[in-house]
Write a protein that binds this ligand. Structure first.
Ligand SMILES: Nc1ncnc2c1ncn2[C@@H]1O[C@H](COP(=O)(O)OP(=O)(O)O)[C@@H](O)[C@H]1O
Ligand SMILES: [Mg+2]
Length: 234
């Protein structure tokens, strides 16, 4: 469904990603882990054309989407949830969701989609008329994800959804991510919480200094290098 070939991308004169190959199949969760500054966020941004692409190709559903304008990527079925729970805090929950779907011209469909995400996130339904700043951190993250889902994506890009959340709230978010993928939506999940991410992922890619250094299933948690990087050698 998504195929990235020999991607080199970054910012202005700075190359961050140095030849990335990555494939995501329909309904798959692919986790991307790696140290700070490895280029994980840049990889998601490059799929969404929010950084500079030097060379390589990004194919989505057999179509070349390399450097496709961001709004067109949304039309094609790619949605992006940036790092840091970026919701409009002075807008109501409901208005945040409408903003997420600004590209949708079919207003009936938009209404249906908003009802659908309310079913998935009952806390958001209860607070739909409240301003987003009144939400807890976990609820704001739910809202950020819900806003992307309103766009009806086939591929969802999630950048560190668990950042700054308590272990319990984090667990709930991971559970929702699995639920979303079971509906057939492919997910690329960038995470600092390597262990939890690997456990829900079909495949994990370890990124270091803009390169893929390891790829595999849940067994990579036993890999010596991973243990050293993430679990202090335990
Ligand atoms: N807008 C930007 N302009 C220039 N350099 C950037 C920008 N955003 C990130 N970088 C640099 O790109 C590298 C990779 O960043 P990033 O993709 O955010 O890493 P990660 O998400 O893995 O922590 C870092 O060295 C960072 O300083
Ligand atoms: Mg990042």
């Amino acid at each position: 469904m998504l195929k990235i070939t020999k991607l080199e991308a970054g910012y202005e004169k700075r190359k961050i990603l140095k030849g990335i190959n990555l494939e995501v199949k329909p309904g798959e969760i692919v986790a991307i882990i790696g140290p700070n500054g490895a280029g994980k966020s840049t990889l998601l941004k490059s799929i969404f054309n929010l950084c500079k692409i030097f060379s390589g190709e990004i194919n989505f559903k057999n179509k070349d989407v390399t450097q496709l304008p961001t709004y067109e990527s949304i039309y094609e079925g790619i949605s992006y949830v940036p790092q840091g729970r970026q919701v409009f805090t002075n807008l109501s929950v409901h208005d945040n969701l409408e903003m997420g779907a600004y590209i949708m011209t079919n207003h009936q469909l938009l209404k249906t989609n908003i009802q659908d995400v309310f079913e998935k996130f009952p806390a958001l339904k209860l607070k739909q008329h409240d301003d987003a700043f009144t939400l807890s951190g976990g609820q704001q993250q739910q809202l950020a994800i819900a806003r992307a889902l309103v766009q009806n994506p086939e591929l969802l890009l999630l950048d560190e959804p668990s950042l700054g959340l308590s272990p319990k709230v984090m667990k709930d978010i991971f559970k929702k991510i699995v639920e979303i993928s079971k509906e057939g939506i492919s997910i690329i999940l960038v995470e600092q919480n390597a262990k939890q991410a690997v456990e829900i992922a079909d495949r994990t890619i370890v990124l270091e200094d803009g390169k893929v250094v390891l790829t595999g299933g849940k067994e990579i948690l036993k890999d010596k290098r991973i243990k050293n990087i993430y679990f202090g050698g335990r």
